[in-house]
Structures are given as C-alpha cells and as structure tokens.
Design a protein around this ligand. Sequence first.
Ligand SMILES: Cc1cc2nc3c(=O)[nH]c(=O)nc-3n(C[C@H](O)[C@H](O)[C@H](O)COP(=O)(O)O)c2cc1C
Length: 464
Amino acid sequence: MAKQMHLNAFTQCCVNHHSKGQWKNPLTRSTDGYRNVHYWTELARTLERGLFDSLFLADVHGTYSVYKGSARTAIEQAVQIPGGDPTLIISAMAAATQHLGFACTFSTSYFPPYHTAKLFSTLDHLTGGRVGWNVVTSYLADALANFGLKDELTHDQRYDRADEYMSVVYKLWEHSWEDNAIVRDRVRDIYTDPDRVHKIDHEGAWFNVPGPHMCEPSPQRTPVIYQAGASGRGNAFAARHAEAIFCIHPHIAAAAKDVKKVREAVVQAGRSPGDIKIIQGVAVIVAPTDEEARLKEQTFRSFSNAEGVLALFCGWAGIDISALPPGTRLEDCEWKAIQGLRGFFSNVDPDRDWTLEAISDFMAIGSIFPKIVGSPQAVADELERWIDEADVDGFNIHAVTQPTGFSDFVDLVVPELQRRGRMRTSYEGSTLRESYFGAGNQRLSKTHPAYQALPPWKFGPLHS
Ligand SMILES: Cc1cc2nc3c(=O)[nH]c(=O)nc-3n(C[C@H](O)[C@H](O)[C@H](O)COP(=O)(O)O)c2cc1C
C-alpha cells in the first residue's frame, strides 16, 4: 500500500515569516490578521477540514540585524517583526477544533526548563493532547540579550545544555506524577495523594530543579517532540530526542541521502526507525491548471522585496553578505547561526555564483523552501515523488499568501491526495501523537530516552 503523508501548515504569529513583501498582496490576510484571534481560529478550522496533522508555529525573540549591521531593513520589511507569541493563540484555536494539532517552537536557550514544562503541560491539557514542541536552540544574536543572557556558549555547547534541559523536562513530565496521583476522594477529603507526587531533585551541569512538577499528567504527558536543527550536533540531538524532524532540503536527491543517515542515527541511539517522522518543508502554489499556477507565481514575484529577503537570509547565516568581497564562497565563511544551512546553496547548484542578487532571486518567494507550482495533479505528483524517492514522511507546507494558500491546498490538493490513497480520510485518534503514530499511541514510545537514564544526568529517585 502506498505510504500516506503527514501535513503541517508552517507559519508564524507575524505578518509573513518566509515570503518577504507579500504583505502587499491582496490575497494576504495575515498582514494584519496575525494579531486577530478570529484569523487564527478560521485558519485552524480550514486545516482541520483538510485533515492536517498540525499547524506548526515558528518563533523568534530578536531582530534580524545582521544584514548591513542593523535591524533597519528587517523592521521596515516586516521580517518576523512585528509579531506575537505563538503559545497564546493555541488555546483559542484548540477551542475551535477537535483534532488539529499545534506544534509550537520554543527555545531551550531563553526559557528555563521548569517554565517550559509547565507551559506545555497546560497546553496539552487545554488542547486535549494536541500539542507538540519544536525544540530549538535558536540563532538570533540579539535575542539572548533581550533575556538578560550573555552569548557565551558555542553552537555545540548550546546543544549540550539542551540535552540536559530535555532530561529535566522529561523528569517533570514523565516521572514526577504517577498516573493515579489525583484521587479526588470526597470521603477521605483528599484531592491528590502526596505519596504519588515526586520531587525530581535534578542537579546537573546547567540546571538544578527540585520539583515536583506543577501540573498533573496531561493526555500525552510529553508533547510530541519536533526538532529543526540540521548540523551534525543537531542531528545527534534529533536522533536521541525527536519524534519528528523538520528539514528543508533543496531537492529530492539531497533529502534521500540525509533521511537514510537520520534513520540510521535513530537506530544507533537505541530507538526504532519508525519512532521518527521526517517532515520536509515545501512552498506550494496551486491553482486549477498549471498555467494559472504559473501566472499566480509571477504575480507573487512582483510583490517580493529583495532587501527583506536578504535580511532574513543573513539572520540565518549570521553573516552580513552585503559586506563580503565579490566572489566569496558562502560556505567558506564562518556560519555563526544555523549551521545546518551552510552547504545549502552549493547543494542547490554547486556551479552557480551565489551573489546577493542570485540569493535574493532564489529566495524571492518561499525563501529556501523547494517550490512546487502547478495544478492539484502536478502538486500531488511532486509530493508523492518526495515520499517515494526521498523516504520523507510528510511536509511542512509554506503558503506564500496566508491563509489563502492554505485554503487552496485544502480545497484543491487534499482531495487529489485522498483519491490516490496518500492522505487520511479521518483522524486516527484524539491526540497529536496518534495522528503521527496511530490510534492508542498517546504517550511516548517506550524506547524513547525519556524513560532511560541520560548520562551524565541520571534520573533521580522518584521518592524523595
Ligand atoms: C527548518 C528550520 C526551522 C527553524 N525554525 C526555528 C524557529 O522558528 N525559531 C528558532 O529559534 N530557531 C529555528 N531554527 C533553528 C534552530 O534554532 C536550531 O536549533 C539552531 O539554529 C541550530 O541549528 P543547526 O543545528 O542547524 O545549527 C530552525 C532551523 C531550521 C533548519
């Protein structure tokens, strides 16, 4: 039987996070809609109508200020600023839907793990088990300062710290409260049995957290764990922790190689290859015919803003490419931010001279996402190729205009995928984890490290 695909809508609580300049496009309603709760509830209903797994929310906490050494361009061109907090829109969307999941980006570099555990447990309760966490270590230079923190860790140390961070949240989510701790015994006048609630007494290199967790066990306990870093250290982190990896490969051949490596790394980490879903980012422009889709793409291009595109790219690379001598090869530069994107452009085309103009032209719409433009049949053909040839499990869809690009996908592409047996026709269960791993799988797989000692921070005694 043909493999079915998972679908997330990839977005951010901001004007438009990846297609710079589209705020001017009359088809874009996120321009001011992003700060209106009804915009979000309507989008969530649309995605649930299309049986999407989740709405996937990116997030940042600083400005894209690398390009030309200033945040001026980013602010002028609405490069992820202004924006809002993704965690606050989730419960409103959950109230408007019954099955759609919500994957929320949250950084281990800014927020303490105790706070993160409480926040995601609360969201998991309020959504009835439909929340996921995209664990990121982040990359914007000025964000740390906004939290009163110093930029003193190397890229890999941020991941080392994140490993211990995960150990703390796992203890809080999985080990602090026993399933039957809440007794609500009116006869004995006891709400919670204190013998079934445990401190975690975590003492490590980076964190000391006594606990216990503030929240009783939520439907999934641990939210579905996503991860998005693609460096070597990021992949090692993903192999250990992630249940879904969000990647952006420029083409199918590059993805195929990487997916194989990731699945092997997961097995080496003591898990089963089926414990992880690999989700590729794609930008889709669909219309009833190929010709109409191409016309749409041309119109979208006319709204693009090259300066905004470059501000976005330089923030990801941590390199001000406006200051590089002509002819400099990007991968010879020191990448200070997202290491996993270092070889991206030579992977797209090793022979091309990646000048400022070439980069901004390539990223003009949908940034670095591979673009799929065409009729519903053409889009479905291409998505099937990614699934069959690269062995990815699904897609984070970027819509160039929002929410219209998502509703077009739901109305035109989803029925075609269903006709081909490539998409579900109803949800599998009530939680996000069941959407990914099947009915009955509300909790983490037993091979997940949340249940094991994570050296060098072994889980402390449950009773203390
Ligand atoms: C596809 C993708 C999406 C990402 N989304 C975010 C995000 O929304 N917020 C954020 O702080 N970091 C995001 N990151 C970067 C992560 O913070 C990542 O943990 C960090 O940059 C290290 O990545 P690396 O392992 O590739 O160097 C993203 C990275 C990729 C590749």
